[in-house]
Design a protein around this ligand. Structure first.
Ligand code: 5GP
Length: 345
């Protein structure tokens, strides 16, 4: 008989952060930097733990140059060649501490990752990213990468439940990427019926990870700076976004001009557009689990970065958190039926 979990699981849209008495005088007093020492790599990271997704339109070298200036992190997409990596590393040595090289579990992925990490010293993060982090094949791949790179910080995912967070950490991962189906250009929930409301996934996975001294990334589903604040409040150590960083100068993807307006193409990594580009089409046995959209052109991503960081500082002052690390301890979520007044939207 199928099981039904009757407890309500929540998304960002279902809650608001309750304001709390605070002694902070100004948003300027809030420290958004976090220093984290990772369980398995033993490396220490210091930065603003907001990440650009490793999607091929978002995780670009151009994005990393701007984000790194503000202390933010970029997980690079896995399609750059070793030569492109070498050139970037030579020209931008300061960015290297704030980027990760990505890999899937496909044919040749391990060799490609190894070649890049051998050619470019100073990149200390590896992002192992698959749509379904529950497969035994993925766990074995993670173990292989951990054995080959004992002191690199390994990000692995995606999963949404505590038991798989634990399994991945015990198999060598330092940071677990959490999120199945919340993404802006993801259609997994429509195509498969599978998923987990993202706020609850983050709360539960953070609890599991922190119990083992591991860390998590809330990946996907943030539509505005307020959602990023909620993800940190829920216990995320890092928050990753794709859609919020889409549509900018620093993004890859076609720039479209129509009726005097500019748009930038943005698509899911499992969309037919991405599969055409990287795998020569959608395989016979599967359907695409992503869509493509035209995002109104937003100019320089620096404006969006400042918007996110400003929102985060403000959220911290509202709840009385002097630094980002304190946010989950100060967070009380209120369940709500309406978040915003839509009269002028
Ligand atoms: P967003 O910030 O746009 O809401 O979510 C970004 C995340 O969506 C990515 O980091 C990745 O985990 C996920 N994602 C990207 N492309 C696809 C896709 O085609 N299908 C699915 N299911 N998820 C995707």
């Amino acid at each position: 008989m199928p099981n039904i979990v009757n407890e309500v699981k929540l998304d960002f849209k279902d809650v608001l952060l309750r304001p709390k008495r605070s002694t902070l005088r100004s948003r300027n007093d809030v420290d958004l930097y976090r220093e984290i020492t990772f369980k398995n790599s033993k490396q220490t990271y210091k930065g603003v733990p907001v990440m650009a997704s490793n999607m091929d339109t978002i995780g670009t070298f151009e994005m990393a140059k701007v984000l790194s200036k503000h202390g933010l992190f970029t997980t690079m997409h896995k399609y750059y060649t070793t030569e492109e990596w070498i050139k970037f590393a030579e020209e931008n040595p300061d960015c290297l501490k704030n980027i990760a090289a990505s890999s899937g579990t496909g044919k040749g992925d391990f060799e490609r990752l190894s070649e890049i990490l051998k050619a470019v010293t100073g990149v200390n993060f590896i992002c192992l990213d698959v749509a379904n982090g529950y497969s035994q094949h993925f766990v074995e791949y993670l173990r292989q990468v951990r054995a080959a790179f004992p002191t690199h910080t390994i990000i692995a995912g995606n999963v949404v439940t505590g038991e798989m967070v634990e399994e991945l950490i015990l198999s060598g991962a330092d940071i677990i990427k959490v999120g199945i189906g919340p993404g802006s250009v993801c259609t997994t929930r429509i195509k498969t019926g599978v998923g987990y409301p993202q706020l609850s996934a983050v709360i539960e996975c953070a609890d599991a990870a922190h119990g083992l001294k591991g860390h998590i990334i809330a990946d996907g589903g943030c539509t505005c700076p307020g959602d990023v604040a909620k993800a940190f409040g829920a216990g995320a150590d890092f928050v990753m976004a794709g859609g919020m960083f889409a549509g900018h100068e620093q993004c890859a993807g076609e720039l479209i001009e129509r009726d005097g307006k500019k748009y930038k193409m943005f698509y899911g990594m499992s969309s037919s557009v991405a599969m055409e580009k990287h795998s020569g089409g959608v395989a016979e046995y599967r359907s695409s689990e992503g869509k493509s959209v035209e995002v109104p052109f937003k100019g320089d991503v620096e404006v969006t970065v400042k918007d996110i960081l400003g929102g985060l500082r403000s959220a911290c002052t509202y709840v009385g958190a002097a630094c980002l690390r304190e946010l989950p301890r100060r967070a009380t979520f209120i369940r709500c039926t309406q978040q915003v007044n839509n009269i002028y939207s």
